[in-house]
Design a binder for this molecule. Structure first.
Ligand code: BV8
Length: 242
């Protein structure tokens, strides 16, 4: 368990109490609290392959077995960890809030397992597979046999997540932009702010909220947020619900 540092939160607790509408955007940094590697933390590589290539339609086209092998490893990793105190704290904040939306870029289901309810999975979820051709879906609970990925409709089973170059689910994205635009307080937690359109939710073009970033490092959003707390999610969020 990471030792929590006492972080100067200023008026964040009061803002949380008085906010009418809260929007939270999370990235793989919050799942680092559960022991999963961050997306860029994988060093951008899995074995000898660039993750941006594997997580793309072209990468799947080129070698579906390899891509399934990578996702099998990630799915097993997801099932081998628990939601962190940070994930649980967000679920507590939601319970006390009048209007709360959590948009996550993560595909690991940890927010749902922590008890969060209004969760928008911007980049899909690794707990399901879908067919490339028809709209069949099936659970992806354990390993997917990379040699049995043909669907009887002639298509192939693929993870139900959004790859680079693919559009995010329209209904999910619209709900996220609507929630960001009505929020008066926004927390941006554990994302480098690089991947679009998710990161744009936290820019002044899409929200008039007071935006607070929680991240041990500077990010592509640091310049644009109202407050950037240089700390880990587990140093800040449990303190806010204490
Ligand atoms: C789209 C699922 C259009 C897959 C993911 C130029 C060229 C080509 C493309 C583009 C381009 N510019 C923009 C694009 C579009 C592209 C994009 O944004 N590329 C980036 C690389 C520039 N976006 C897309 O392709 C999107 N689609 O644009 O479609 C379109 C429209 C209509 C019709 C057709 C097409 C799709 C993007 C979705 C890609 N899929 N995930 C998978 O998981 O395998 S994205 C992937 O990155 C993960 O979801 C991950 O969550 C996400 C974002 O990364 P982060 O979460 O930010 O992770 P990262 O490691 O970067 O940062 C972690 C942070 O945590 C760090 O800041 C670290 O300091 C911090 N941290 C660490 N520990 C802690 C912590 N913080 C707090 N507490 C801690 N303890």
């Amino acid at each position: 368990m990471a030792v929590q540092q006492a972080v100067e939160l200023g008026d964040l607790a009061e803002r949380l109490e008085t906010a009418r509408s809260i929007f939270v955007l999370t990235g793989s940094g919050i799942s680092a609290e559960s022991g999963l590697p961050t997306f860029r933390g994988i060093g951008g590589l899995w074995r000898t392959h660039r993750v941006e290539e594997l997580a793309s339609p072209a990468g799947f086209e080129r070698d579906p077995q390899l891509v399934w092998t990578w996702y099998n490893e990630r799915r097993r990793a997801h099932l081998g960890v628990e939601p962190s105190a940070a994930h649980v704290a967000l679920a507590r904040i939601e319970q006390r809030a009048a209007d709360f939306t959590l948009a996550t870029q993560n595909v690991d289901s940890l927010h749902l397992r922590a008890g969060s309810r209004n969760v928008l999975e911007l980049h899909g979820k690794l707990r399901e597979a879908k067919c490339t051709r028809c709209d069949a879906r099936r659970p992806f609970d354990a390993t997917f046999d990379p040699d049995a990925i043909d669907h009887d409709c002639g298509g192939m089973w693929r993870p139900d997540i959004v790859w680079f170059g693919e559009a995010l689910p329209r209904d999910v994205l619209e709900a996220a932009f609507a929630a960001a635009s009505r929020a008066d307080l926004m927390l941006v937690i554990g994302t480098s702010g690089i991947v679009q359109p998710a990161a744009s939710l936290a820019t002044k073009r899409n929200t008039r909220a007071y935006v607070v970033e929680i991240n041990p490092e500077e990010t592509a959003l640091t310049e644009q947020v109202d407050r950037s707390i240089r700390a880990r999610a587990s140093d800040v969020l449990p303190q806010l619900v204490a």
